[in-house]
Design a protein around this ligand. Structure first.
Ligand SMILES: [Zn+2]
Length: 94
C-alpha cells in the first residue's frame, strides 16, 4: 500500500501513537501523518466507553470490551499489571 503526502513525497507505512494506542498509518519525512481511519474510529469509541466496577468476592472487577482488548493487543491468559499514573489507574501488558 502506498500513500502520497500533500508535499509530494511518498509516505512511509508506520505504527503511530494515538492517545496511547498504536494505530496503523503513514508518516512523511516532512512530519505529516496519516492515520488509518478505521483504527482511529475504534480508539475514539474506546476512550469514550465507560465500564462499571463490580464486586466479585472482595475484589472490584472491570471488564475490557472485546474491541479494546483487540486494540490493546491483550487476550485471555495474558499477564497484566496495575500502576498508578498521577490519578489514573493504568493497566499495563507485561
Ligand atoms: Zn510530506
Amino acid at each position: 500500500m502506498e500513500m502520497k503526502c500533500s508535499c509530494g513525497k511518498q509516505m512511509k507505512e508506520k505504527e503511530l501513537s494515538l492517545r496511547g494506542f498504536t494505530v496503523k498509518g503513514f508518516e512523511c519525512a516532512c512530519g505529516q501523518k496519516a492515520y488509518n481511519p478505521i483504527e482511529v474510529e475504534m480508539v475514539r469509541k474506546m476512550v469514550n466507553e465507560s465500564v462499571k466496577a463490580r464486586t466479585v468476592a472482595n475484589s472490584l472487577v472491570v471488564t475490557v470490551p472485546a474491541a479494546l482488548a483487540k486494540l490493546a493487543g491483550i487476550k485471555a491468559g495474558d499477564e497484566l499489571k496495575w500502576r498508578m499514573d498521577r490519578k489514573h489507574l493504568v493497566l499495563e501488558t507485561c
